[in-house]
Each structure stands twice: as C-alpha cells, then as structure tokens.
Design a protein around this ligand. Structure first.
Ligand code: SF4
Length: 353
C-alpha cells in the first residue's frame, strides 16, 4: 500500500467539506479570531471552547482591545479553561502585535514564531488556517491519525513527530493547507477516534497501513494515566460582611489567580490542623474555631482536588497588601479564581439565596 499524496488530500478534503462540524471559528477569516480559537482548543474540548470563544470575542473583539485590557480581566475571561499561561501569552503577544504590526497578525511563519505563546503548533495553525500557507501541524488528533496511517507502533508522544512531519509535508496541498490541517484534526475527533475508530466510515482507509493490518485499536499504545489526589483545607474568613481572598504568586501553578487562604493537608494531618498551620504560616493569624461548611471537588488534568472548607473565627485579622483583599460576596465573582475556589463562591452565594 502506498500513501499517495494527491489522493489522500483530495479524499480528506472532500470528506471534510461534507462532514465538518459547524463551529463559530470556522465562519471567519479573521486571523485574530482563528488564533484565539486555536489557543483555546489546546488542552480543552470543543464543546467547552465554543462558549468561551464567543464570550471572549464579545469582550475582546480585536487585537487592540485585548492588548489594552488589564491582565486580571483577561484571566477572569479565561477562568475555567486552565493552563492560564496561555491567557497571559495571548495578552503579551497582542501587545506586540498592536505596537509592532499595527494590530494585524504577521503573515509569515517566522514572524509568528517570534510571538509569545506561538510554539510550532500555534504558529503553523495560524499560518495555514488564516494565511493558507502550506505548513503541517501536529496536535494529539493528527499525531494519532498519522501514527495509524503509517503504522507507527508506540505511545502517542512527540518522539514520532519528525517522521510524522516529514510525511505530512509530502501530503499537504499547496492550496487549502489550512483546510487540510483542519480536516485531519476533524478526522481524528470524529472518525479516527482514540478508542474504537470508525474505520469503515473513514475517507482515507485505503491509505491506512494500520487498517490494512488490523492494528488500529492498538496504535497508539494506550498509556496509563496517573491521577494524583490532593486534599486541601480552605478557610473562609469574614469581617463586616466581607470575605478575605489572596492572590497567588505570579509564577507557578495557577499564577496570579485569587483564592481563599489555606493549603495542602499533609499525611496524617486532620483538615482543621492543616488549616491552623497554613493560616499561621501564610498570614500569621490564629484560628479560635473552625466550623466545617462544605467539601468541594474539582478535577484537573493531572490531579483531583478535594477542598475541605471551614468558616473560621479568628483571634486577629491578616495584614493587607496588594495581594490580600476583603471583598463582598458578590464582588468575589469579579476576581479570576481557580475552578475549585470559584465553586466555593457559587455555593456561598447559593446558600444565601
Ligand atoms: S482507517 Fe481507521 S485507523 Fe486508519 S485513518 Fe481511518 S479511521 Fe484511522
């Protein structure tokens, strides 16, 4: 069996034109909107991205609006999408595009690659989809499809990308390169699925070595995901009807987001003990009593977090600075927060309604 470049792309494009999903970013040629959608789609599912994308474009319709917005507003609009560094890079890149390129995304791969957050995937996706330049891209869907087409045995990781890129370079058409890239991703999402690929419906099955040998179900080799459990104690501190929150450091996990104070429960520690210790260490305050309010669970990609939330009575109050604030309950909704803390706010509001 040969992977005939012309017929693979022709069959794939024909299928895509008939079968692609109707998604909001597929109705635009605006490079800014295409860029936003591509960044959101990394690490996040399509149904989740649709709502975020539409809201984002209303709040930040142009590169310049995004460039001029305060970071906290951007993080708030991103809240719940995770990997917040993506939002920060969008902001930094928008500022460069606004000042150096008059608010228009540059139209060459080399210039795009210089912008913050533009790794090979994002630069290739914007270059091909927005400017129709013939650059192949590799995301998880394309990697899986290509591994099966070429019958590459092993885990789906970037160690195969050189071989895959060389193959894609041979089959990507000179015209409609962006549509071709989107078609491969769409094929991976709808037909060449991770589990139970629908090979009989596949428009390029006659080019597929894994299908020919019947190995499509074991390529790529499934990886066992290790999900860690994390238990944390969280303190609700109230004063004159206001709630205490603090901003996380500007580097590291969930950087710059606001949260209630507290921290990880160490092995052998009770949640209240952990809370006492954390509040003393973080804020130099002592709890006189802690009443259990709720438990909140949230699933992140690499870990599951279980927050044990307590209403605290205090001997003294924390000192304030730019990273610490008292806020009314409703105003808490204006701060960008990790999803677990945002759930606590929702529950506190629901309890008084
Ligand atoms: S034939 Fe099956 S395994 Fe091969 S590309 Fe199509 S869906 Fe994927």
């Amino acid at each position: 069996m040969a992977n005939n470049p012309k017929t693979i792309s022709r069959d794939l494009l024909r299928w895509y034109r008939k079968s692609h999903r109707n998604l909001p970013w597929r109705h635009t040629h605006d490079p800014y909107k295409i860029w936003i959608s591509e960044v959101m789609l990394q690490q996040t599912t399509v149904p989740t991205v649709v709502a975020y994308y539409e809201r984002w474009i209303k709040i930040f319709p142009k590169v310049k609006t995004l460039a001029q917005a305060p970071l906290q507003k951007i993080l708030k609009a991103w809240q719940g999408l995770g990997y917040y560094q993506r939002a920060k890079n969008l902001h930094k890149a928008a500022q460069i595009i606004a000042t150096e390129y008059q608010g228009k995304l540059p139209a060459t791969l080399r210039q795009l690659e210089q912008l913050p957050g533009f790794g090979p995937y994002t630069a290739g996706a914007v270059a091909s989809i927005a400017f129709d330049l013939p650059y192949p891209i590799i995301d998880a869907n394309i990697r899986r499809v290509a591994m099966r087409l070429l019958e590459i045995v092993g885990y789906a990781d970037p160690s195969h990308d050189n071989k895959i890129r060389a193959f894609l370079q041979k089959i990507i058409p000179k015209k409609n390169a962006g549509t071709f890239n989107q078609a491969l991703m769409e094929l991976g999402a709808l037909v060449c699925r991770n589990r139970e690929p629908l090979c009989l419906r596949c428009p390029i099955k006659t080019h597929c070595h894994a299908y020919e040998k019947g190995t499509q179900e074991i390529i790529p080799q499934p990886k066992k995901r290790i999900i860690k459990d994390l238990n944390a104690a969280v303190g609700i501190l109230r004063r004159n009807g206001k709630y205490f929150i603090q901003r996380r450091p500007s580097t590291g996990l969930l950087a710059d987001l606001w949260e209630f104070p507290g921290g990880k429960i160490e092995k052998g520690e009770e949640p209240q003990e952990a809370l006492r210790r954390e509040l003393k260490e973080e804020l130099d305050i002592e709890i006189t009593s802690a009443k259990h309010l709720m438990n909140v669970r949230h699933f992140y990609t690499q870990f599951r977090v279980n927050l044990h939330v307590f209403e605290c009575e205090l001997r003294s109050y924390p000192e304030l600075n730019e990273y610490r604030k008292w806020s009314s309950l409703y105003d808490l909704q204006r701060y960008p927060m990790p999803s677990g803390s945002a759930k606590i706010v929702d529950k506190l509001i629901a309890d008084i309604m």
